[in-house]
Design a protein around this ligand. Structure first.
Ligand SMILES: NC(=O)c1ccc[n+]([C@@H]2O[C@H](COP(=O)([O-])OP(=O)(O)OC[C@H]3O[C@@H](n4cnc5c(N)ncnc54)[C@H](O)[C@@H]3O)[C@@H](O)[C@H]2O)c1
Length: 332
């Protein structure tokens, strides 16, 4: 079973109309002429990207592509189903943990993604999860003003630890600096002296960062190395009043361990834009905790960002169909 339901069936039988997405004009247009490339768009995307594909598809004949989302698993089974015409997979996301990149490379299928253009939106939302919102988590009840009510840690004078000091991680640091953060620590697979000097950030081992930070912010990609990185052992190393923020991917957290850490007071609070699974079942203990905020994976959800993502994903797809290097190509 592959989770991009029906794609193989659709691609192999050219049965576009049976899909929800076939309502999009591109798919219908693709059926109407054998000269046009076949492009599968796995969901409705902003008009800017769709229109770009519809307008240009005529000029790139004979190859096929898939425009997918982070919720679509692109694995060997899906690639088998797509068949040998497939030249490019373009994801409407910067994360590509849902794509078997090695398998794509083995089949000469290019993979495109959307780095950079969503950095500001994601860093903005990540910063919000660290600040006042995290304190306003007590069952949504608004009583009269009380001296001890909804108190939590502030950024002024705090130590912020960023795990994954890439585009988003560095930008989160930039956004938080004016709030009076006393020190930034970062942990990454690589030391990044240039970005660090701008913030006055210091490199720390993972354990040191956990032990010293008032706020621990996860901004790393989901990989084999980072899966379940934040587990019981990690939470035990954190301060009891520490705030943990994750806008990366749910898979980097052992969610049961996080729930235990929040319930037991091992850590102070958490702000999450990503969970496992998504959507989170409504009976998840995470949603009942009064020291946890859960958002429905909306960090990049601004009109401007999503439109830019759609255009870049469309351009990646078109370049792949032409056999060109993609504007933003994942290196395998
Ligand atoms: N919530 C959302 O809507 C949303 C939106 C965009 C991106 N994201 C997530 O954010 C991630 C980061 O995006 P980015 O544009 O900053 O990517 P990036 O590649 O610029 O940054 C990721 C950083 O993580 C580091 N890293 C990799 N393995 C590590 C490890 N084991 N330990 C510590 N650091 C490690 C990398 O070296 C890199 O510096 C994406 O992969 C995606 O999963 C989420």
């Amino acid at each position: 079973m592959f989770s991009l339901r029906g794609v193989g069936r659709v691609l192999s039988r050219s049965c576009w109309k049976s899909l929800e997405v076939s309502r999009q004009r591109l798919a219908v247009v693709s059926m109407s002429s054998g000269a046009r490339p076949r492009v599968f768009i796995s969901r409705r995307i902003p008009e800017e990207g769709r229109a770009l594909l519809a307008a240009t598809c005529d000029s790139v004949a004979g190859v096929d592509g898939i425009l997918c989302l982070l919720t679509d698993t692109i694995n060997g089974e899906l690639l088998d189903a797509a068949g040998p015409n497939l030249k490019v997979v373009s994801t409407l996301s910067v994360g590509y943990d849902h794509i078997d990149v090695k398998e794509c490379a083995r089949r000469n299928v290019k993979v495109g993604y959307t780095p950079g253009i969503l950095t500001a939106a994601v860093a903005e939302l990540t910063s919000v999860l660290l600040s006042p919102g995290i304190r306003a988590v007590e069952n949504g009840e608004w009583g009269t003003w009380k001296p001890m009510w909804l108190c939590g840690p502030g950024l002024d004078g705090a130590t912020v630890g960023i795990v994954g000091f890439g585009r988003i991680g560095v930008t989160v640091g930039r956004y938080l600096k004016p709030f009076g953060v006393a020190s930034f620590l970062y942990h990454d697979s690589f030391q990044k002296p240039v970005e660090a000097s701008e913030l006055g950030a210091e490199y720390a081992s993972f354990d040191e960062l956990l032990a010293k930070s008032d706020f621990v912010v996860a901004c790393c990609a989901l990989t084999d190395e980072t899966r379940n990185l934040f587990n019981a052992s990690a939470f035990k190393k954190m301060k009891n009043n520490a705030v943990f923020v994750n806008t990366s991917r749910g898979g980097i957290v052992n969610q049961n361990d996080l729930i235990t850490a929040l319930q037991s007071g091992q850590i102070g609070a958490a702000g999450l834009d990503v969970t496992t699974p998504e959507p989170l079942p409504t009976d998840s203990p995470l949603l009942k905790l009064d020291n946890c905020i859960v958002l429905p994976h909306i960090a990049s959800a601004t009109h401007k960002t999503r439109a830019a993502m759609a255009v870049l994903a469309a351009n990646n797809l078109l370049a792949g169909l032409r056999g060109d290097r993609l504007p933003q190509e994942v290196e395998s």
